[in-house]
Design a protein around this ligand. Structure first.
Ligand SMILES: C[S@@+](CC[C@H](N)C(=O)[O-])C[C@H]1O[C@@H](n2cnc3c(N)ncnc32)[C@H](O)[C@@H]1O
Ligand SMILES: [Zn+2]
Length: 352
């Protein structure tokens, strides 16, 4: 943990600042120590260079425990960074039409950062990044962020972030990619993030869509809930490898070339789930193995309708800057507060 992070983190219980006790410091980073709240005196460990706000004493709640456990295993197994240029392109496609300049000088929250790929890209775009994840994925994120002085990895729960809120909030831009639909209550997770946005800040969220995903909801979802999320992880790893052996040549040799002929090509239009699978066709085997595993491991996944997604923004008092359908199977939304509305005023209650 870099000392500079102390400027941003506060007690998730009472939002007072911390006194930092250092036990081991190496290369300007605190490896081991603790953070003690100056008001309520609660203490949180710093272990292996990461401040920990999800601990045995402060666990996650409900099914979020199993969800974090599943993703912790996943991101440690698929921890390796592919090339940053690919993540850059992927990220820009995800957050479209937001451009790299948007990040320059901003304090950015990556909520549910996994192994940190999009935190690194945000940092390369000039942001100071608070990369938060509830699971052991933070170990991989910290390793990957070693050479990025502007990325701060925190083990924390979206519902209980150790960040200032309301009028004291410091975050200029929060994004959460592929996370909220895995929470027990996705909208509660969204509201929890919004509380930490400062005046004029915005939030970007990507979630699974319900539209056109009937087969996922009715076929894949029950299999995932009742079977694959319960399998020993190594077995699921092997199973998803076999599925990828079949899927990968199909997306690469059929979907991708037909997509290149144009979206209106009649053969391409005959292909089921075409935009998403053609998108997968650009990646290597290992990446797609990871995608298949990711789809089968989570114990909870909601598929969200456009109206529902829009309501998250409106009910939080925000205006939608941009909302679009991604790969015709998911929603991406960017919203913010009207310039004359402060975060504290717009939320029905800060304790929401
Ligand atoms: C599908 S992964 C996406 C990771 C990353 N956003 C990316 O796209 O590379 C979902 C991540 O959300 C994290 N997560 C799940 N529940 C969380 C919670 N309550 N608070 C913070 N992170 C959470 C998981 O640990 C996991 O790393
Ligand atoms: Zn406190």
């Amino acid at each position: 943990m870099k000392r500079a992070l102390l400027e941003y983190i506060v007690c998730p219980e009472c939002y007072a600042s911390f006194e930092c006790h250092v036990e081991v410091e190496r290369d300007d980073e605190i490896e081991t120590g603790s953070l003690r709240c100056s008001r309520c005196e609660k203490s949180y460990p710093i272990l292996r260079g990461i401040p920990r706000f999800v601990t045995v004493d402060e666990p996650l709640s409900g099914k979020n425990v199993q969800t974090a456990d599943a993703f912790g295993w996943e991101w440690q197994k698929f921890r390796e960074l592919h090339d940053l240029a690919t993540y850059r392109a992927q990220f820009l496609d995800w957050i479209h039409p937001i451009q790299p300049e948007f990040f320059d000088g901003k304090v950015v929250l990556d909520a549910g950062c996994g192994m940190g790929r999009f935190s690194l890209v945000s940092s390369a775009f000039g942001a100071k990044v608070l990369a938060v994840d509830a699971s052991d994925a933070v170990e991989a994120a910290r390793e990957n962020a070693r050479d990025f002085s502007n990325v701060h990895v925190i083990q924390g729960d979206i519902h209980r972030l150790p960040l200032r809120l309301g009028r004291d909030a410091q975050v200029d831009f929060a994004f959460s990619i592929g996370v909220l639909h895995h929470l027990d209550s996705p909208q509660a997770g969204f509201d929890a993030l919004v509380r930490h946005l400062r005046r004029g800040a915005t939030i970007f969220v990507w979630v699974y869509g319900r539209e056109r995903n009937g087969w996922l909801v009715n076929v894949v979802n029950p299999i995932r809930v009742f079977l694959t999320s319960r399998l020993p992880r190594r077995v699921l790893y092997a199973l998803s490898w076999f599925i990828t052996v079949v899927l990968h040549p199909i997306v690469r040799l059929i979907y991708r070339p037909l997509r290149a002929l144009g979206r209106d090509n009649w053969l391409y239009r005959l292909l089921p789930y075409n935009d998403y699978l053609a998108w997968l066709g650009q990646f290597g085997f290992r990446h797609n193995h990871h995608v298949v595993f990711d789809h089968l491991v989570a114990p909870v996944a909601f598929y969200i309708r456009r109206e529902e997604f829009e309501a998250w923004f409106h009910e939080a008092g925000m205006e939608i800057i941009n909302l679009s359908w991604r790969n015709r199977n998911s929603w991406r939304g960017h919203g913010g507060f009207a310039p004359d509305v402060s975060v504290g005023e717009s939320l029905k209650s800060e304790g929401k």
